[in-house]
Design a protein around this ligand. Structure first.
Ligand code: AP5
Length: 206
């Protein structure tokens, strides 16, 4: 299965992608996670990407396209989380695929709920597990229940950066909804429910 997960920051793309990967074995390719790993390792790519992520802007297309092309080259089934993010990336994706996409899932959620999700998110800097202080708290309190590391707030989850990310989503990413609708690939999932309920909705559209 070849899927794209689309949605505003905080819509739950990563949460649902990891769950589907665990369930079905389709590899998640999450550009945000790959970029953050490069930043943590201080690679040249990470150094280039860091300032863009801190400002809540998109990292330049050539950098992201290259990361995705390298990953997809070895995968038959995948879930793309956070890519494509604009029309140029969507065209690039179409040109790199040897088999067509099966579906593009748009996780739909209003801005008030998005802000609550991003404001309460805590992440593990070591194993990348994602929690929420009320909706999905770690059983180990302020530590990761999987690996024991201290949980942190993502640096782009500050209110001013969240505002910029929403603006970027509306201006650059939202046009992809119509782009994929016109190609008959779009499936909409109402993401305003518990993670379990959203997962059931996802399975039913698949
Ligand atoms: P990226 O990491 O992709 O961030 P994003 O798209 O803004 O999405 P998020 O990770 O913030 O949210 P999500 O939808 O995955 O939600 P989550 O499941 O975590 O990108 C970060 C940056 O990298 C970009 O700004 C850009 O700079 C760069 N970048 C990445 N891709 C790029 C590209 N293609 N081109 C250029 N630049 C790129 O859930 C959020 C919270 O809600 C969590 O706390 C979770 O526990 C909780 N939650 C999840 N589901 C539910 C639910 N159903 N109910 C209650 N709480 C829930």
């Amino acid at each position: 299965m070849r899927l794209v997960f689309l949605g505003a920051p905080g819509a739950g793309k990563g949460t649902q992608a990891k769950r589907l990967e665990a369930d079905r074995g389709w590899t998640v390719v999450a550009t945000g996670d790959l970029l953050r790993a490069a930043i943590a390792q201080n690679t040249p790519l990470g150094q280039q990407a860091h300032a863009y992520i801190q400002r809540g802007e998109l990292v330049p297309d050539p950098i992201v396209n290259q990361i995705v092309a390298e990953r997809l080259a070895t995968l038959d089934s995948f879930i793309l989380d956070g890519y494509p993010r604009n029309l140029t990336q969507a065209e690039m994706l179409a040109s790199m695929l040897t088999k067509p996409l099966d579906a593009v899932i748009y996780f739909e959620l209003g801005e008030d709920a998005l802000i609550k999700r991003l404001g309460g998110r805590r992440v593990c800097p070591q194993c990348q597990a994602v929690y929420h202080i009320t909706a999905n708290p770690s059983k180990a309190g302020e530590r990761c229940e999987r690996c024991g590391a201290m949980l942190i707030t993502r640096e782009d989850d500050r209110p001013e950066t969240i505002r910029k990310r929403f603006q970027v989503f509306h201006e650059q990413t939202a046009p992809l909804i119509e782009y994929y609708q016109q190609r008959g690939l779009l499936r909409i999932v109402d993401a305003d429910a518990t993670p379990d309920e959203v997962y059931q909705r996802l399975l039913s559209v698949l």
